[in-house]
Design a protein. Structure first.
Lengths: 114, 111
């Protein structure tokens, strides 16, 4: 099982550039989410989705955009990259309807904005 | 707002010791609590999930307990090995599968 797959693993952007971080899961999970991990701040929720066509904001949504057109994919878009968005980004998925809400994480995307 | 704290932030032990990692949370209305392991530069690996109705879960040398009334969870690692060296994270799930993470405990097991 592939589980949760994130691409790319590493990315360097210049300030003002845009990009999309990809996330795909093959477990048919309804719930998907994006977190960022920063030293001293822990993991913080950016955006989440409870199913195709439904998204909502987490704790730190500014500067990021998401959409959920399929159950499998949940891309995270940086509209105009800023140095403050330098971080490690993790995508996660979990089931909702089955009652077992164990969360599974991807391997992360390390993003540097210069 | 849920707040999750992990103590200690770092721990160094000799191989073979039994050890306990602590996790406390402020809002006891959780659906479940999950423990993760993170190796340097890697993603999060799920270790144990404890539902709110459960008191503990076991997997191999790992045992996690949950006391909702006191807002605490512990992860017990028996007979620690150098391969256990990693950062351990706990996360509380209050609503809608949204997780609130603690800051983690960085564990070093010395041979």
């Amino acid at each position: 099982n592939a589980g949760v797959t994130q691409t790319p693993k590493f990315q360097v952007l210049k300030t003002g550039q845009s990009m999309t971080l990809q996330c795909a899961q093959d477990m048919n999970h309804e719930y998907m989410s994006w977190y960022r991990q920063d030293p001293g701040m822990g993991l913080r929720l950016i955006h989440y989705s409870v199913g195709a066509g439904i998204t909502d904001q987490g704790e730190v949504p500014n500067g990021y955009n998401v959409s959920r057109s399929t159950t499998e994919d949940f891309p995270l878009r940086l509209l105009s990259a800023a140095p403050s968005q330098t971080s490690v980004y993790f995508c996660a998925s979990s089931a909702v309807s089955s009652g077992n809400t164990e969360a599974f994480f991807g391997q992360g995307t390390r993003l540097t904005v210069v | 707002k849920q707040e999750v704290t992990q103590i200690p932030a770092a721990l160094s032990v000799p191989e073979g010791e039994n050890l306990v990692l602590n996790c406390s949370f402020t809002d006891s209305a959780i659906y479940n609590l999950q423990w993760f392991r993170q190796d340097p530069g890697k993603g999060l690996t799920s270790l144990l999930l404890i539902q709110s109705s459960q008191r503990e879960q076991t997997s191999g040398r790992l045992n996690a307990s949950l006391d909702k009334s006191s807002g605490r969870s512990t992860l017990y690692i028996a007979a620690s090995q150098p391969g256990d060296s990693a950062t351990y994270l706990c996360a509380a799930n209050n609503a809608g599968n949204m997780l609130t993470f603690g800051g983690g405990t960085r564990l070093m097991v010395k041979p």
